[in-house]
Design a protein around this ligand. Structure first.
Ligand SMILES: [Zn+2]
Length: 706
């Protein structure tokens, strides 16, 4: 379950003081200080009717601020223009931070209606700023004489990034093109939202209902129990319900002996957004691809991917495709030998059939059991959610000296949220951290990190960050605590890594804080931290059997590590296939293909993708690229993995908790945010550029044996 960082309104920032003219709105908590510890959002007071008035007032307020900067009679300076733009819009940021987080983690029909309403308004506001010629003239004037201004490195970075944002935001376009540009942005903001809503609707609507005990064959007790509880919640007491959410469908595909049912639920999973009904996403994504291409061409780029990548570490589509190509051939050949091993097992079973995509998880698990005498489910009793979380905390304490203290007095948006104060090694307050781990109908699939407030230092005031991790792992049942799979355990550490990037941020300007870095760099810190989850000495810190209290035995760790390379062909291929698909949609020139599914098939055939593997995301439910911020960017995970494998190598060489390596990692990576070019930061940490060797070795792709 690879995941993403949500980013919203990144050109806006927050401080606590609010405009007195708005104080009239008596009951609306967004118009007053929250009056809570560290000014965390007053979730207990915020009601759905508060959002729209706060958005409208926030938009009006920022417009006024921007006009004042633009119309100033004073000659443009860094402070009165660049810094002033950076710090404008605090009310809007304040409401946006709460709203967009909750629209992902705890939404409902009313919230979604607001999101639809506000998306084009925000897009228009952003265009008002970037397309304003007088405002841009001021920024440009400062930019052109930047060398004479004696700016700090961070100020210079802010100026450079802001100037670039104007140009990429259309500032150099003719008036006629600006109008088109604006229309495209507004339309795209609506389409992206609708795309995500359609998937959520389909996921919530689908149930595989089992009413015959025999159809549960092969499923572990905890999975059956979870399905029974899901049925009770769905007013189907006495039956069993499976859904398209990963914690439900994955164990079903892995353990169910009922091939016909595996096929049924897997087909439903693969057909999301592709039913030619009101939730169909094909025309939506075609229009998105069309508009993105059109916008990129307006700005002078050959393709949308070229436009996106220029601003990333990868720089060009060719560099991305080169990396994917280096991995594709060894990964595919490895996946083919994994398939052959499974087909051999099918054939030996007496009633041979051709292995299909819905069989992969089931037979992979069987081969793994046979070959490595190892089965993921034997780990679950050792991965108690609470202990895994504490293990992640302990790793952070050992590396950086920071500590976590649970709070019971902070407002929460849902009872299941837990809240922590994070303190630095000298005991000073560093951040507030929320965790929200279990699925609900109003929460989107997956796991992610986000901020309720970004770190910054404005006007001598220290604004400390408020960070959240959201996930979708199964709850405790009547008989056992919430237990995680190995994959979920790694994901928890991964998202915690993003959270550290936010919590340890130490910059002046919020738009350069924490995870506000190039998209193909943002996954690096999280993936580095993910490594600690499965180190034997770390497992010995947190992996305790929930019944016996016994620490995870050495032989189980050894078996787990032996089995690590198993199925890496599959995992790499399904991921790479989706990455190619992303690049295919975003390197189009001219007319967008009329038949979405035929285009996808044709591209996959050209790659030689084997039919037993479906891309990790198919186009109509590829939320990362058509609803989220990873368009022409899904490759980022593997790009970051090259860097992360190389970075973790530094800890392997110096010691897992080596204080000096940890201090360098904190200083140059976690605290530095976007204050410098990622490669410059990386070289400061590592002493050289990253190398691909450690990644190939980690994925077992240096040879083709399975
Ligand atoms: Zn991530």
């Amino acid at each position: 379950m690879k995941t993403d960082v949500i980013r919203m309104l990144s050109f806006l920032t927050i401080t606590a003081a609010l405009s007195p003219t708005l104080a009239a709105a008596q009951d609306n908590p967004f118009f007053h200080p929250y009056g809570t510890p560290w000014e965390v959002p007053a979730f207990d007071k915020i009601k759905v009717e508060h959002y729209m008035p706060a958005f409208d007032a926030g938009i009006a307020e920022q417009k006024k601020e921007i006009e004042a900067i633009r119309d100033s009679k004073d000659a443009p300076t860094f402070e009165n223009t660049v810094a002033a733009i950076e710090t404008s819009g605090e009310l809007l940021t304040r409401v946006g931070d709460v709203f967009f987080n909750l629209n992902s983690a705890d939404t409902n029909d009313e919230m979604q209606a607001i999101a639809r309403d506000v998306a084009p308004k925000l897009s228009a506001l952003q265009d008002d700023i970037y397309l304003d010629p007088k405002l841009f003239a001021r920024v440009k004037e400062i930019y052109l004489k930047r060398d004479q201004l004696r700016l700090s490195p961070e100020q210079l970075r802010l100026l450079t990034e802001q100037h670039k944002a104007f140009i990429r935001g259309g500032a150099n376009l003719s008036d006629a093109d600006k109008k088109t540009f604006r229309e495209i942005n507004e339309r795209l903001s609506v389409l992206e939202l609708k795309f995500g809503e359609n998937i959520l609707a389909e996921e919530n609507a689908y149930q595989l209902v089992i009413d015959n005990q025999a159809d549960l064959a092969g499923l572990p007790d905890n999975v059956v129990e979870g399905a029974a509880e899901a049925a009770t919640k769905a007013d189907l007491a006495g039956k069993w319900v499976f859904t398209l959410h990963r914690p439900s469908i994955e164990p079903f595909l892995t353990y169910s002996e009922k091939r016909d049912l595996r096929e049924k639920i897997y087909r439903a999973y693969c057909e999301r957004g592709n039913h030619n009904d009101e939730y169909d996403n094909k025309e939506i994504l075609r229009e998105e691809a069309t508009l993105r291409e059109k916008r990129a061409v307006l700005l002078g780029y050959k393709t949308y991917a070229a436009y996106v990548l220029e601003d990333n570490m990868a720089k060009t589509p060719d560099n991305v495709v080169n990396l994917l190509d280096q991995l594709w051939t060894p990964a595919l050949s490895r996946a083919a030998s994994e398939r052959d091993a499974m087909q051999a097992m099918v054939n030996a079973g007496g009633k041979p059939f051709d292995l299909a995509s819905w069989d992969w998880w089931y037979y992979a698990e069987k081969v793994k059991k046979q070959r490595y005498e190892f089965d993921d489910s034997v780990l679950r009793p050792y991965f108690v959610l609470d202990n895994v979380r504490k293990g992640a905390f302990e790793v952070a304490t050992k590396l950086f000296g920071i500590t976590f203290e649970e709070r019971f007095d902070l407002p929460k948006y849902n009872e299941e949220v837990r809240t922590f104060e994070v303190k630095d090694k000298d005991g000073s307050h560093l951040a507030v951290y929320y965790v929200d781990y279990h699925p609900r109908p109003g929460k989107r699939n997956g796991a992610w990190m986000s901020e309720y407030r970004q770190q910054c230092r404005i006007g001598g005031k220290d604004v400390t960050p408020i960070i959240v991790n959201v996930a979708n792992v199964s709850r405790a049942t009547a008989d056992e605590p919430a237990l995680l799979s190995l994959d979920e355990t790694a994901t928890l550490f991964h998202e915690f890594g993003h959270a550290l990037h936010g919590m340890l941020s130490d910059v002046t300007y919020a738009s350069l804080a924490g995870t506000n870095v190039a998209r193909d760099f943002v996954e690096m810190p999280s993936q580095v931290i993910e490594n600690w989850a499965t180190q034997p000495e770390v497992l010995k810190m947190y992996a305790r059997h929930y019944k016996t209290g016994e620490l995870i035995p050495d032989e189980l760790i050894a078996k787990m590590n032996n089995a690590k390379l198993f199925n890496q062909g599959f995992a790499t291929v399904e991921y790479l296939a989706a990455s190619y698909l992303d690049m295919d949609w975003h390197t189009l020139t001219g007319e967008v293909p009329a038949d979405v599914m035929a285009f996808e098939q044709q591209r996959m055939d050209a790659l030689g993708l084997i039919p037993e593997i479906v891309p990790r995301y198919r186009s109509p439910y590829f939320r990362h690229i058509f609803a989220g911020g990873y368009s022409a960017g899904y490759y980022s995970y593997i790009w970051a993995e090259v860097v992360d494998a190389d970075a973790f190598q530094a800890f392997k060489e110096a010691g897992l908790f080596d204080p000096e390596t940890a201090a360098r990692f904190r200083k140059y990576i976690l605290s530095a945010g976007g204050t410098d070019d990622p490669m410059v930061l990386y070289k400061k940490f590592r002493g050289r550029e990253p190398e691909i060797g450690p990644l190939l070795e980690r994925r077992g792709l240096t040879t083709t044996d399975s």
